[in-house]
Design a protein around this ligand. Sequence first.
Ligand code: NDP
Length: 276
Amino acid sequence: MKYVKLPDGTKVPALGQGTWMMGSAHNRATEVAALKEGIALGMTLIDTAEMYGEGAAEICVGEAIKGTPRESLFLVSKAYPQNASRKTLPKVCEASLKRLGTDYLDLYLLHWRGSVPFAETIETMEALQSAGKIRRWGVSNLDTDDMEEWIAAGGQACTTDQILYNLTRRGPEFDLIPWLRKHHMPVMAYSPVEQGRLLKNPALIALAQALNVTPAQLGLAWVMRHPDIMAIPKAGHVAHVKENFASLDIVLDDTILAELDKLFPAPTRKQHLAIL
Ligand code: NDP
């Protein structure tokens, strides 16, 4: 496994597991098996949210982690912005913990920006941290100007910004990723294979074939090419988990990176942060 260092010095796997769309009764057994396989391989960073299946994904994760020593996992969950208030955040955090079958989260994120003042959310995150309910906190889907505001509201101890980032979504490279780097916050890249759409790109398919890897492996290796970027692909099938895990063995040399830059150009101006 390759690791990314968090601001507090903790090392977390660069390749984690996403869980959006997981937890339906129909697919649950297959998804639990996929998550378990990922954990066995060392993809112990698991990303979920109260939003995913309105709790069903957290229940699915809870089932998958049963029997795994808690300290070997890094569990991330996210709160709806409308729940990120002094009054509600502690309650929804407790509900997430219950569904996951654990007594703390390693990282708790504000899912996206809403109308609750940042200062109130930060203060409540800090209280949850002091109470031992969460080890650290951070944000998701905040663009550079939002991050400036978050910091101004007292949020310097933010662990990460979880953002949409993949070969077809390079906008954050222009300003947000440099900003996060300057503030020593690693990036957590969501939808790293663009929810599967990237894998149908003919040029990527051809390049992957030439390199004897799969498009998913090439796309994930590219996202993780910097030491401060984690990728959290969602894979509901064991075969996909194994395939994604093998992306960690890929070394992208300058020739391949230049080829990928030609196919998926880096941004040349500010683009507003896209959200899925
Ligand atoms: P991903 O880019 O991870 O794509 C998931 C899709 O790709 C699934 O259909 C999966 O199929 C397929 N897939 C994965 N690996 C392979 C493979 N090797 N070969 C073929 N298909 C593959 O999209 P997500 O939107 O799920 O993003 C990942 C995670 O990021 C989410 O699950 C969630 O945890 C987080 N997220 C956070 C957001 C936020 O607002 N903070 C927004 C969106 C996502 P299958 O399941 O069949 O294996």
